[in-house]
Ligand binder design. Structure first.
Ligand SMILES: [Zn+2]
Length: 174
């Protein structure tokens, strides 16, 4: 589905400029399984009036509030006396990631670091191949290979070695 950020998920009409009639969902993850349409609504901005009239409103609010609670203290959706869906006052919101969220974020960070480390290793490996290649074709010897590679322009170097697209900046750093 292509999401149109300026239109309400429920009625398809423009969201308009009345902040009191908008429900903006946070970029959070449902840590527990949620119905696909709830996940979709949670990725959007909708008219408060449309959400208020949704036949799955109460079920959605319960699931959304449970997800929200993992990230914030004091931020919840509720239905006011007139039947309109609202958020609790923003002054009460406090970012407060639960243990599950913290673990998830730490895990994502670990994976990211592992990924960076793998990329760094792959680059180093390509560098070593480039060095060996430069030596094997007689372009340099082991004593001056780094200097030779550094002195080559990135363009000439990549022309010479084809797939080794290595920037001049990298050589300057190493
Ligand atoms: Zn709407």
């Amino acid at each position: 589905m292509i999401f149109n950020a300026s239109h309400c998920w429920f009625c398809g009409k423009p969201l308009g400029k009345d902040p009191n009639n908008l429900i903006i969902f946070d970029f959070i993850e449902f840590l527990d399984p949620a119905p696909p349409e709830f996940e979709r609504v949670g990725d959007t901005v909708v008219h408060a009036s449309c959400l208020s009239l949704w036949d799955r409103r109460d079920e959605f609010i319960e699931v959304w509030n449970r997800a929200l609670k993992e990230y914030f203290a004091g931020k919840q959706l509720y239905v006011d006396a007139a039947g309109n869906v609202r958020y609790t006052p923003a002054s009460k919101w406090l970012i407060s990631p639960s243990k599950r969220v913290q673990e998830r974020q730490e895990n994502a960070m670990r994976l990211h670091k592992a990924d960076l480390e793998a990329q760094r290793k792959a680059l180093e490996e390509r560098m070593n191949q480039a060095r060996q290649h430069a030596v094997s074709i007689g372009l340099a010897d082991t004593a001056n290979v780094d200097k030779i590679l550094r002195d080559l322009s990135a363009e000439a170097f990549s022309k010479e070695f084809g797939r080794f697209q290595i920037s001049r900046a990298y050589f300057k750093k190493s």
